[in-house]
Unconditional design. Structure first.
Length: 107
């Protein structure tokens, strides 16, 4: 039960960090730097910032999960689940632009 609670708390911490940092980044950057001029396409700067903030949130969430569960095995399984979810989305399946806004940004 402790390990399940550790995973839930880890995800809650990740959510809180992502919400706070993305909101702060958006207000700090403003709409002019978050979006391309004259469009609703996100800018390259926003993509870079979001990747960095997401990695930080994932690292902190994993750290909290590891500390609460008092074992590394659960964290390894959690990381493998995240990779398999991401890998499944990208294997041979095309996305609509509304599903993955990063792809619609013109990369």
């Amino acid at each position: 039960m402790r390990q399940v609670l550790a995973v839930v708390v880890g995800y809650v911490v990740m959510f809180a960090i992502v919400f706070a940092t993305f909101t702060s980044a958006y207000f700090a950057m403003g709409t002019d730097r978050a979006f391309r001029p004259g469009t609703y396409d996100i800018s390259v700067l926003w993509i870079v910032v979001s990747v960095v903030l997401s990695l930080i949130a994932a690292a902190v969430g994993g750290f909290v999960c590891a500390k609460l569960s008092k074992g590394g095995r659960l964290v390894c399984l959690r990381g493998r689940d995240r990779r398999s979810i991401g890998g499944h989305e990208q294997q041979g399946r095309s996305h609509a632009s509304s599903e993955v806004p990063v792809i619609s940004a013109g990369f």
